[in-house]
Write a protein that binds this ligand. Structure first.
Ligand SMILES: N[C@@H](CCC(=O)N[C@@H](CS)C(=O)NCC(=O)O)C(=O)O
Length: 331
């Protein structure tokens, strides 16, 4: 077992195994192959404690909100897809990738780069599985704000990517909260389930920030520059890849910090492949830096570990080609 591997917890039952899945169009209803399970799945009750999937939507949810507004993203989505050139698995011009991601990082400075408050109540230390679960997608500026806060609070989380066209995780979100709106946070240690990025950020700081408040401008900045990475990255990390489909038995594990140029590119791919992963945030000053150093031999992110295959790499290009090859239907 990998030193940092977490117990395989699927906080939510796979919809198909517990209840008849909602009606889907034939394209979405396809069967997804799974990697062989290495050990039996223990369906921990984390989400059940926080919000039973069988409960009425919205029940026991601390903060709910109206269904997602007609998002600007639904207008931008086809446009960005067009500019983004379609198939994310195709070989990319790395100079363009890195340049646009670097500009995105510049636009979001100083947020999501370093640790502002290291919580004593450690959530997701390398020895325990994170109790925070975040349903999000990479291109969403509101989700970005929450991931930035998590970096600043040195928090780890289980991330369930919900790109547009998502087969599994969007169903779970509807069951948990009643709305298809992102981000959605579940804190299994407190039983809180929450929509609304601003509320989530304030909650995280209150709960884990040791009296600190959200860093200056973090909440306000989303409306100004939160969209910049989405636009510059031409919607990468927004839509599920057409050949995504393999469900890993165990979650992948990514060392990252939100505003890192190369980690962003890897997170986009994990999102487009709808791969759940443990996000180990290691911003500057993180308490998990020594773990990263002993695992990777370097403090650099991204560093991806796949317990299903033993793959480990700290090179974003190697990671991209691995992910799209390993987790594609028929791949
Ligand atoms: N006020 C909400 C806005 C959330 C929102 O509009 N999220 C968009 C994504 S950026 C959404 O959920 N869209 C619905 C969808 O993607 O299906 C917040 O701050 O969390």
């Amino acid at each position: 077992m990998l030193p940092l591997a977490h117990s395989t917890r699927h906080p939510h039952p796979r919809p198909a195994s517990r209840a008849p899945p909602p009606k889907r169009s034939p394209a979405r209803a396809r069967t997804r192959p799974r990697l062989p399970h290495r050990r039996p799945q223990s369906h921990a009750l984390t989400l059940t404690r926080a919000q039973p999937p069988s409960a009425e939507p919205g029940e026991n949810t601390e903060t709910t909100s109206a269904p997602a507004t007609t998002s600007v993203l639904s207008f931008l989505c086809p446009l960005l897809k067009f500019f983004g050139g379609g198939d994310p698995s195709q070989e990319r011009n790395d100079i363009v990738e890195v340049a646009t991601s670097s500009l995105s990082s510049l636009a979001r400075l100083p947020w999501g780069s370093s640790v502002a408050a290291s919580s004593t109540e450690r959530v997701g230390t390398p020895t325990s599985a994170p109790t925070l679960q975040l349903y999000e997608f990479e291109a969403c500026p509101f989700c970005r704000r929450v991931r930035e806060a998590m970096t600043e609070l040195d928090l780890s989380a289980e991330v369930y990517p919900c790109p547009k066209g998502s087969l599994r995780h969007r169903d779970v979100v509807r069951k948990i909260g009643g709305n298809e709106q992102f981000p959605l946070l579940v804190d299994a240690s407190t039983g809180v389930t929450m929509y609304e990025s601003g509320d989530i950020v304030k909650y995280l700081f209150k709960q884990y920030g040791q009296g600190k408040s959200p860093s200056f401008g973090l909440l306000e900045s989303t409306i100004f520059t939160g969209w910049v990475p989405t636009l510059l990255r031409a919607g990468r990390g927004m839509t599920m890849w057409s050949k995504a489909g393999v469900i890993p038995a165990e979650k992948l594990e990514l060392f990252s910090f939100e505003n890192n140029t190369y980690a962003r590119i890897v997170r986009e791919a994990l999102c487009e492949l709808e791969l759940p992963y443990v996000l180990q945030n290691v911003g500057e000053g993180s308490s998990k830096m020594s773990s990263l150093l002993s695992l990777a031999g370097s403090k650099q992110v991204p560093y991806l570990m796949d317990p299903n295959t033993g793959f480990r790499s700290g090179d974003h290009k190697t990671i991209l080609s691995y992910l799209f090859q390993q987790y594609s239907l028929g791949g």
